[in-house]
Design a protein around this ligand. Structure first.
Ligand SMILES: C[S@@+](CC[C@H](N)C(=O)[O-])C[C@H]1O[C@@H](n2cnc3c(N)ncnc32)[C@H](O)[C@@H]1O
Length: 255
């Protein structure tokens, strides 16, 4: 499909309206509490794929010292705005950095490393997963925990051909306009565990006129994380916690 932007790329509406979409997504309810509950009081947290700061800011507000890393400048710019609006003490507990979780070495360790909301599924489930789990292990203190939120493979397998005219999300925007999302294409490739979707974002003004439409590619890769975690020296700390019926948070421990 011509003119399709990558998710979270500069100019992408998926980045500009990330907070509108996630605020409307009940399937994420409770994730911040799960991550907060895995960290010691006033402990340190590394978030891989911190995005617009939805979780990193909430954890810093709860007294945790958070480093958030992300590959996308437009997402980090939004996180930086959120950080700037925090009271000074919480803002001082949050550090944001541009970086790639598949090749990251901050030369320090944390009590908890988190990789929320399908961030690991954005990279192929081969060398990129191996390297991401190595990043997790490298940044964990002995006995530290890691939480990785992944989509359910069974649901990805059941992906059906979408109706490109069906509106799957219709949310009000500040200022009176609306954001509408449609799924223009969706296909699952079993051999590589890849779900490829094109989501069309449309922004409308307060009179219902279309201001801009942007088709954006959202790809998820899924595999069993157990062998990747084991290769990095991580073992399951507890059974995966289901979240929102579409994913699970896998919690690992470094020996
Ligand atoms: C679904 S968002 C999650 C944002 C945030 N953690 C949350 O839960 O709201 C996924 C984020 O992962 C980032 N990302 C994707 N691949 C990455 C990589 N290799 N290294 C770092 N960040 C990455 C994207 O730029 C995006 O901001």
């Amino acid at each position: 499909m011509a003119g399709v932007k990558a998710y979270y790329a500069p100019g992408a509406l998926s980045a500009a309206f990330y907070d509108v979409v996630t605020a409307a997504d009940a399937r994420l309810a409770g994730d911040v509490e799960i991550y907060a509950g895995l960290a010691p009081v006033a402990g340190s947290v590394l978030e891989l794929g911190a995005g617009s700061g939805r979780i990193a800011v909430a954890l810093a507000e709860r007294g945790l010292a958070v480093t958030g890393v992300d590959l996308s400048r437009p997402m980090l710019e939004q996180a930086e705005k959120r950080r700037a609006a925090l009271p000074a003490a919480a803002a001082g507990r949050l550090e944001l950095r541009l970086g790639d979780m598949t090749a990251l070495d901050l030369k320090r360790s944390f009590d908890l490393v988190i990789c929320p909301y399908f961030t690991l599924a954005h990279v192929p489930a081969g060398a990129a997963w191996r390297n991401s789990f190595a990043t997790i292990a490298r940044h964990l203190a002995p006995g530290g925990l890691a939480a990785v939120h992944l989509p359910l493979l069974e649901l990805m397998r059941q992906a059906t051909r979408p109706d490109p005219d069906a509106v799957v999300l219709d949310e009000p925007l500040p200022g009176g306009g609306r954001l509408r999302l449609r799924v223009a294409a969706r296909a699952f490739k079993e051999s590589v565990g890849r779900l490829e979707q094109v989501i069309e974002y449309e922004e409308l003004d307060a009179q219902g006129r279309s201001l801009r439409r942007s088709p954006e590619r959202l790809t998820y890769y899924m595999a069993d994380p157990t062998p990747f975690a084991a290769a990095a020296g991580l073992t399951y700390h507890r059974a995966p916690a289901p979240l929102g019926g579409v994913g699970e948070i896998h919690v690992f421990r470094r020996a």
